[in-house]
Design a protein around this ligand. Structure first.
Ligand code: EPU
Length: 419
């Protein structure tokens, strides 16, 4: 298996172009199943998870034409309602095709995702919402079987604001009879990007980006063109990379307003952050004396759970004690043991981590269990003394486009060793 080898201590300097958002591209590509005809999507990041969803769309009968970041999809021959275990086990977001399949084919059979490295991650809220819309759900042999005669609009209250749950139901509701109202819906910018796509297709959606979304069902949807929004988690990860190395990095093609909760915390820690709205740019300069702060993850617009691991690496090198509370996933501290191997002083109790700042981290051989945990180890390695070797690189390939190339261009001493 490939490894990343990096030597810490280089200040990152220069510009980095932020890619399209993985978590916007995945539901948007699934939504293309709702139309017959060629849709064109640009700024699609080249990632492992994107290859997986394209493979899945192809299995279901969609025609696909790919030219790097420009992807065209035509689902006029959508016929196969079944998503096998092999695809769901590599990527939980495969569940996002359930809504479009039920809306177009009136049936779907999708393997039930199991637990994963960050928590149990059930899909009960998706399924309950489908049932409210008249869908018969049956779970057998590890598969969710969904069947419906007439998909009907409904009032749905999510007990927890679920991102992919909101997206799945929003997609199905576009082709349902009548009006659907989603309460306590997720407000993430990726939900808004999907709603923009659905509206371009002719759907009638109001309130995306707030916690109440109203969707009036229409008869059919038409193909469209769309550019994927910038990846706010990738952008924030490079902000931390600049901060942790005491460097100065300009991010291009990013939307600073999506990063506000993280930027506020980075400023509290002591980083200088300026935004340039004319070119969607942000300049981050790392401070020399970083201070501890407390962080609690929340749904958007709160501090994102997808940045919790990365900011922990920065707090490991900030003076004083920081408390990080993870409220979204029950098992998202798997990076702690690895950071401790690099000299970090962290104590975990339940969903809280107490991080005591240390003078320095030291390079080590480490491995991670999920995407964002892997990113936190790369960040720690950039600041650590000596060489850090990170295995299980496939986690990073799933969600950070050309991470090694981008860091190398900013001056990091980093390379990928092929197995
Ligand atoms: N939940 C339930 N039942 C459900 C659905 C969710 O109990 O039916 C719980 C989850 O277990 C969790 C909370 O609700 O405790 C929120 O989970 P959510 O459903 O919002 O997460 P998700 O939709 O599965 C997306 C992102 C994740 C990101 C979370 C939270 C995509 C493809 N994935 O997951 O991204 O962490 O929202 O913001 O959009 C990542 O990119 O590394 C990643 C894990």
């Amino acid at each position: 298996m490939d490894k990343i080898v990096l030597k810490g201590g280089k200040k990152l300097e220069g510009e980095v172009k932020i890619s399209g958002a993985k978590n916007a591209a995945l539901p948007i590509l699934a939504a293309l199943l709702l139309t017959e005809g060629w849709n064109s999507i640009s700024n699609v990041p080249q990632l492992g998870d994107i290859s997986t969803i394209l493979k899945l769309l192809h299995e279901l009968g969609a025609e696909i034409s790919e030219d790097k970041k420009d992807i065209r999809v035509n689902a006029r021959n959508l016929r196969n309602p079944e998503v096998p275990y092999d695809l769901v086990k590599t990527m939980r977001a495969s569940i996002l095709v359930l809504g479009p399949l039920v809306a177009r084919l009136k049936r779907a059979k999708v393997s039930l995702p199991g637990g994963c490295a960050i928590g149990a991650r059930p899909i009960n809220l998706h399924l309950k919402a489908f049932e409210n819309m008249g869908v018969k759900i049956n779970i057998e042999h590890g598969y969710v079987e969904a069947k419906v005669k007439r998909l009907k609009g409904a009032r749905i209250y999510f007990d927890i604001p679920t991102v992919t749950g909101t997206e799945n139901i929003m997609m199905a509701a576009c082709l349902a009879d009548g009006t659907t109202i989603l309460e306590n819906a997720a407000k993430e910018p990726e939900v808004v990007d999907l709603a923009t796509v659905l509206s371009k297709m002719g759907a009638k959606i109001h309130g995306a980006g707030t916690d109440v979304i109203m969707i009036e069902g229409v008869e059919t949807l038409k193909p469209m063109e769309h550019q994927i929004m910038p990846d706010r988690i990738e952008a924030c990860t490079y902000m931390v990379a600049a901060g942790i190395t005491g460097g100065k990095v300009k991010l291009l093609n990013c939307n600073p307003s999506h990063c506000q909760a993280v930027v506020d915390k980075l400023q509290e820690i002591g980083l200088e952050v300026s935004t340039y709205n004319h070119d969607g740019g942000v300049l981050i300069a790392g401070g020399s004396d970083l201070k501890a702060t407390d962080i609690k993850t929340h749904p958007y617009p709160g501090f994102p759970t997808d940045m919790q691991a990365q900011i922990m690496s920065l707090l490991c090198l900030s003076q004083g004690s920081s408390i990080i509370t993870e409220t979204i996933f029950e098992n998202r501290f798997m990076h702690v043991a690895e950071l401790k191997r690099m000299g970090a002083d962290i104590t975990v109790q339940g969903n809280t981590a107490v991080v005591k700042g240390v003078e320095k981290l030291s390079g080590a051989q480490v491995m991670a269990t999920d995407l964002r945990a892997s990113a936190s180890l790369v960040l720690a390695g950039l600041a650590a003394e000596g060489v850090t070797e990170i295995s299980r690189v496939y986690h990073l390939d799933r969600g950070y486009e050309d991470l090694i190339g981008k860091l190398f261009n900013l001056g990091a001493d980093i390379e990928r060793l092929k197995a």
